[in-house]
Design a protein around this ligand. Structure first.
Ligand SMILES: [Zn+2]
Ligand SMILES: [Zn+2]
Length: 205
């Protein structure tokens, strides 16, 4: 079983925890454990038990294998550096132009993250159908106008997009996006029935 510091390192690496690596299992750590449990279909009790331990180590190891570092299940300096050094360019993207991700209010804001675009590129390729980005980057003002959008939405940091794919239902698209969450490349995906039509949200760490 991982110790508290290792748990915090891993949850921080995955974007669930923003606090200090102090080994103290306070509210921030417990909240992060709960969010991780929710995203991976575990019972959401905030208690770091055997099942949560196994899943967290598995997710980190998968990430480490992708990054080409030793898969020891603990996101230490080597793992963090490997991720930060992995640079994509628009030349690696087949189906999208950067302009497709600009804020829809017309302000020109566009800080879209290529790791996210790469995922969308793969989804576009998988279905062989046009993928529309209904919302990519958002400036704070435009984000504030969205229904139910969090003030700290990942759209603001260029790490989220809302997408639809021609001839693909939102449940099928959601299942596809969930594969990226399961393998650790995406952080979160969702859709709802009230105002999202065939649109699915996906974001990265
Ligand atoms: Zn804007
Ligand atoms: Zn969204």
């Amino acid at each position: 079983m991982l110790n508290n510091k290792q748990i915090q390192m891993n949850l921080r690496f995955l974007g669930y925890y923003g606090g200090a690596i102090d080994g103290i299992a306070g509210n921030g750590t417990i909240g992060a454990i709960e969010e991780f449990q929710r995203n991976y279909g575990l019972s959401v009790d905030g208690i770091y038990g055997a099942k949560t331990d196994t899943k967290l180590i598995e997710v980190i190891k998968a990430e480490q294998i992708k990054l080409g570092v030793t898969p020891d299940g603990i996101a230490g300096t080597q793992t963090i550096n490997a991720r930060d050094n992995k640079q994509l360019s628009w030349n690696d993207i087949k189906h999208f132009k950067q302009s497709e991700f600009a804020c829809k209010c017309g302000c020109g804001f566009n800080s879209i993250n290529l790791n996210l675009v790469k995922i969308l590129d793969e989804i576009r390729e998988f279905y062989g159908q046009p993928l529309t980005v209904t919302s990519g980057c958002r400036c704070r003002a435009h984000n504030a106008k969205q229904k139910n959008a969090s003030a700290n939405s990942r759209h603001i940091s260029g790490k989220a997009s809302d997408i639809k794919v021609r001839n693909v239902s939102k449940s099928v698209l959601l299942a596809k996006c969930k594969e990226y969450v399961a393998n650790g490349r995406a952080r979160y995906t969702y859709t709802n029935n009230t105002n999202m039509k065939n649109i699915v949200h996906i974001d990265i760490l």
